[in-house]
Structures are given as C-alpha cells and as structure tokens.
Design a protein around this ligand. Sequence first.
Ligand SMILES: *Cc1c(COP(=O)(O)O)cnc(C)c1O
Length: 357
Amino acid sequence: MRKHIFNAGPCILSDTARENTAKAIIDLDGIGQSIMEVSHRSKEFVAIFDETVELFKEVLGIPDGYSVLFLGGGASTQFAMIPFNFLKTKAAYLNTGTWSTKAIKEAKLFGEVNVVASSEDKGFNYIPKDYSIPEDIDYFHITTNNTIKGTEIHEDMDSPVPLFADMSSDILSRPVDVAKYDMIYGGAQKNLGPAGVTFVIIKDALLDKVADRAIPTMLKYKTHVDKGSMFNTPPVTPIFVVRETLKWLKSIGGVNEMYKLNKAKAELLYNAIDDSKMFVGTVAKEDRSLMNICFVLKDEYKEKEADFVKFAGERNCVGIKGHRSVGGFRASCYNALSIDSVQVLVDAMRDFEKANL
Ligand SMILES: *Cc1c(COP(=O)(O)O)cnc(C)c1O
C-alpha cells in the first residue's frame, strides 16, 4: 500500500506524475524508446523541454525578461555559482538556517559578505526582521523556506539591489511575485520533481552584470541561457517528471489553489501541535513554514521520541523523524501530500498522547 510520505527531500510526487513517468520509462509516447534513452536533441525531448519551461512560466507567473534553466548540480552548486558570477566586491546575505549558512560560506570565497541579520542566536527558530538591505552591494540573498529549521519568509520583499532567493523547498507552494526577484533557484526534489535537476529563474538583464573574472564555461549562467540548458546533456528524465508535476499542478487549479490546500494542511497539523499536552512546536508562530513542520516532545516525554516514530510508522507515516541537527519530528507537507495524509498523522499524535499521557 502507498505510504503517507512526509520526507523532507526527495519529496512525495503526485500519482499522475509517477504513473505517467512509469509509462515513459518503458516507452515514451509509443516511439519505441524510453525517456531514459531518447536524445536530448531529439524533437520529442525538445518538445517536452519547451513545454516544461512554458508550463513553469505559466503556473508561477514568470514575466517576460526571465530565462528558465534546468541544470545539474543541485541547489548546492548554485551557492557557489551565484557569487562566482555576480559577487564583484560585496554581497549581503540573510542567515536563516543551515542552507543560508552554506550559501554564505561559498560566497566568502569570492568577496566580502555582509550578513545583515541572523537568527542563529536562537537556533534559527525565527526569521530576523530588524535589518535593512544595504545599497552598496552587488546583490542580497535570502532562503525563503528553511527546510531543516521549519521557518519561512511568507511575503515577497522589496529590495533596492538585485534579490536572489533559494526557494528549493517552497517553490510553487504559494503565489510569488517573480518580478521582485532577479534570481530564484532550487533543487527540484522538494516540491517540483525528483532529485537530479536544479531550476534557475534568472532575469536576463542580470547577465550584463557579471563579475570580471575567469569563470569555467559550465559555471557561467550565460552559457546555459544562450544554449537553452542544452550546452551539455541536461537531466532528461528528471525534467520529464517536472513537466508531469507542473501539468498536475495546473490541472488542480495552479498555485493559488495549491496555496489554499497548503494552508489548510499546515493549519490542521499546527493546531494539533498547539492543542497537544505532549507535543510542542519549535519555531516562532508567525514564521512557521507551511512546508516543513517541526515539533518535539515536551521535556518530560522526550524519551518517547523513538516510540512515536514507530507508532506513526505503524499507521504508514514515513519521514517524520526530525533532521539530526534539530531532533524531534519534522513533517514535510509538500504540494503532493494530501490533507488526508496529514489527518492520519494528526490522529496518530492524538492516539499516542491518549496512550502515553
Ligand atoms: C535541500 C536544500 C538545498 C540543497 O539542495 P541540493 O539540491 O541537495 O543541493 C538548498 N537549499 C534548501 C533551502 C534546501 O531545502
């Protein structure tokens, strides 16, 4: 039987994406070749690629003047590629967790980094708000959703300098005003598709502002924009799954509808946490992520942590163990997770509490 998949990444995928991919793995649209075997330059794949880009633009509302890339290397490669291309002298970063910290570390290899604010003082359990974005910098970098710590920046911000956002784990979970950003990027495996493909939405005008240093061809954004992500072999099969995921998202009503569902799922689980005598949330309420919901057992019940993971596992909930740096539990409620799965987890929490309080 199908499990209730709360994995933080790779994530749960829609049934239609899985089923259509399974068919294409055997035979792509009756052409006698698997999606894994077709040439990335074949007319069949070029059509799939173009449709994926168009669907992404349509579903997220990406305006003219932006390019969409599908690359390898993960969001982690973007941490280095961004400063390699765009950090001339100084950039600013907001430090909201593990992934921001990693992005900052890479940027420091290329120039001065101004960490305008950090929530490290409280274990990254909130989003800093008391800071201003300097104007004498090349760009400002944020992580909109902190997958490990469970906080999220809920509003698009105005920035006087180019704004770069790692949206690995909340892309397409809510409407975004793309025009406020110069670059949005992420690993697809949190909400957009399987592992193996990285999306980059980049403002074309940014390409005129590249730092004056030698950059390897593969690490230049311009290379990939000029060649439409086909400078080398792109991740063909993962891109197919992204297309199927975007088609599914469009068919259920797009990002606005998804946002409503995500809010309903998160409310159901956060209410259960707040009503509980055993469980407690780990982050500031106003900054709670809709995607990655972190909670722990109160101190007096701490020794029951493994018991609850097992208890929930018996109800077919997988992936709820918290990240090793936080402990406790993390239920990732990505787009394809149904509210029925969240209800199963909530019932498990209530029943566990009844049995153990
Ligand atoms: C998972 C994650 C990353 C790392 O992505 P990779 O594709 O594994 O390199 C970066 N940022 C955020 C916010 C993430 O959730």
